[in-house]
Design a protein around this ligand. Structure first.
Ligand code: AMP
Length: 395
């Protein structure tokens, strides 16, 4: 895999696939520019080397040409963040886009119209990928968030560049952060897998066992495990059809010398509601008609101690229904413990959807070693899958 620093971009046109799929408000202003900021180092670097950046990204899920999702809405924000003029091409490919690309000078930036205005993009259509490739001399992929998709601009386009294809800095950082946990994590390595369902996390857990010393299972997944062991779970979320899979997983963890930790006590509620009556119960003695929605105080303490004793921490998925204040304390306590461990020198990677939302919501984001920018891509990497967008960069 080639790193950006190996290329000579001077005077060359560089097609840079980024993930600028940012949220817009009603006035079509960018409300969170995290993703634009995340790709800035790559664009800055190419520009500083005299490269001519042709930025390609999707925005939302347009059905055909949709002015509401035109990238023109974000042109100003991109220019402001890059501190540079950003030209805009209303065409993504074809003569008009080519003319705009060809009129760029060294260090200049062109933003192409939303690549998903073309249905060929998500279909991974070769002709469309070829038309994108026609625009440039080099291809750089810095869109980790879409690296698990075999779309025209994320994957197929790379096949039209023999050797002139590179990982952007963000993509390289994501891969490095994952490897720091999965391949060469310093022991003790702790995985924390929370979230709603066992079914969506089973492959991840299985795949990660080789890398871990300890595994905390939290969130709604817990009750399938407790049910499988004969515990009373009341009306807590459960996937009884995965009972055997859960027991097998416990056996596998044992065989691989991974210590599995489940909560010992939980916060229970008489309703799935922020105003429900709550109480604390042992995890396997949840009364009928009550449901468990968070880790209890003893569990928080035990998990906190485990986190503080770890050198490498991977966290995916909340410990409870953190969206409701009454059931957020387990996730908050865990986030605080991970922050503390990180300050003490542990490497912490937070990734995959809701745990990222949680650490942001609780103001802990800047206290983690690395926060992944790609939910789905992160989950698929953890499942052990090679991401098509990354594979396509191999030469
Ligand atoms: P996931 O996308 O699989 O990581 O799941 C995240 C969701 O799991 C969040 O929306 C949480 O509210 C939910 N969740 C966490 N713990 C529980 C629980 N005990 N019961 C029901 N849902 C839960």
């Amino acid at each position: 895999m080639q790193q950006l620093e190996q290329a000579n971009f001077r005077g060359k046109k560089v097609l840079v696939r980024v993930d600028f799929n940012v949220p817009l408000n009603e006035a079509k202003e960018v409300t969170d520019a995290t993703r634009i900021n995340a790709a800035k180092p790559t664009i800055d670097y190419i520009r500083s080397q005299g490269g001519r950046c042709i930025i390609v990204t999707h925005l939302g899920r347009p059905k055909g040409n949709d002015p509401e999702l035109s990238l023109q809405h974000i042109q100003g924000t991109v220019a402001q963040i890059l501190g540079a003029e950003v030209h805009f091409s209303p065409a993504t490919v074809g003569a008009e886009a080519l003319a705009a690309a060809n009129s760029l000078k060294d260090g200049e930036v062109l933003l192409l119209e939303n690549v998903r205005f073309h249905t060929e993009e998500t279909a991974g259509e070769k002709g469309f990928a070829a038309a994108l490739a026609d625009l440039a001399d080099f291809y750089v992929n810095d869109a980790f968030g879409t690296a698990h998709r075999a779309h025209a601009s994320t994957t197929v386009v790379a096949s039209f560049f023999e050797t002139e294809k590179y990982m952007g800095k963000l993509l390289a950082q994501e891969v490095e952060a994952l490897n720091k946990v999965i391949k060469d994590g310093e022991s003790p390595v702790l995985g924390i897998i929370g979230g709603a369902k066992v079914s969506s996390k089973l492959t991840i857990i299985e795949n990660m066992l080789d890398a871990l010393d300890h595994l905390i299972i939290g969130g709604g997944m817990v009750y399938t495990f407790i049910h499988a062991q004969g515990g009373k779970i009341g009306t807590s979320i459960c996937e009884p059809e995965l009972k055997d899979a859960a027991l097998q997983l416990m056996e596998k963890a044992k065989a691989k010398n991974v210590q599995l930790h489940l909560p010992v006590d939980v916060v229970i509620a008489d309703d799935f509601s922020p105003t429900a009556t709550t109480a604390t119960a042992p995890v396997d003695q949840i009364p009928d008609a009550w449901m468990a929605l968070d880790a209890g105080p003893k569990s928080r303490e035990a998990f906190g101690a485990l986190v503080l004793a770890s050198k490498t921490i991977l966290w995916n998925g909340p410990l409870g229904v953190f969206e409701m204040e009454s059931f957020a304390y387990g996730t908050i306590a865990l986030g605080q413990a991970v922050a503390k461990a990180t300050a003490k020198g542990a490497f912490s990677l937070v990734g995959g959807g809701d745990s990222v939302a949680a650490v942001k919501q609780f103001g802990l984001a800047d206290q983690m070693s690395y926060i992944s920018t790609g939910g789905g891509a992160m989950l698929e990497s953890l499942e052990g899958k090679e991401l098509p967008g990354i594979k396509a960069l191999n030469i």
